[in-house]
Design a protein around this ligand. Structure first.
Ligand code: S3P
Length: 169
């Protein structure tokens, strides 16, 4: 089973991915981490030195390599991954896509604190941050909504509830 966790930055894809991988005994891949390993550069460095378009190409390439070379996994995808090059269709054809839809208020709070390693956010002022999140989220929603499984992931959602939804997809 190939499970792709998608959703906005800060929605907890990596955290949930690690939990799911332990509980379901499946290998875990963090797409950003795999890009960093294959490039030998941080995500910030790739954006700064090569630009976002090149990052998106590398993101697609690494997504394809992992998907084609493993029969089963949990993958935490970067927030933009489903929104470029028909990646969401590709993920849907290859396995189960799961949208972790975390309330905007939770994203505001988390992303205030976790901006430094996110090139799209790090240069924004506190005042600009929430507007950016609202705008970007509304642009990306049409991609996230194509997921097969929707999880309203607030801080009370349990792992078992998520697993149940995935297996009833
Ligand atoms: C991005 C999200 C990041 C990372 C890159 C771009 C985005 O991953 O891929 O900074 O476009 O939303 P996370 O969603 O894990 O922060």
């Amino acid at each position: 089973m190939k499970i792709f966790l998608i959703g906005f930055m800060g929605s907890g894809k990596t955290h949930r991915g690690r939990q799911l991988s332990q509980k379901l005994n499946l290998p875990f891949f963090d797409l950003d981490e795999q890009i960093v390993n294959s490039e030998g550069k941080s995500i910030n460095e790739i954006f700064a030195e090569e630009g976002e378009e090149i990052f998106r190409l590398k993101e697609k390439e690494v997504l394809n390599i992992i998907t084609e070379s493993h029969a089963s996994f949990i993958m935490a995808c970067g927030g933009g991954a489903p929104c470029y090059f028909n990646n969401i269709e590709y993920m849907n054809q290859s396995g189960v896509t799961v949208w972790l839809n975390t309330p905007l208020q939770v994203l505001f709070k988390r992303l205030q604190k976790e901006r430094e390693h996110r090139p799209l956010l790090r240069d924004l002022s506190d005042a600009q941050l929430n507007n950016f999140i609202v705008r970007k989220f509304s642009d990306r929603k049409i991609y996230y909504e194509q997921a097969k499984v929707f999880i309203e992931d607030d801080e009370d959602t349990s792992l078992d509830q998520i697993i149940e939804k995935i297996f009833h997809a």
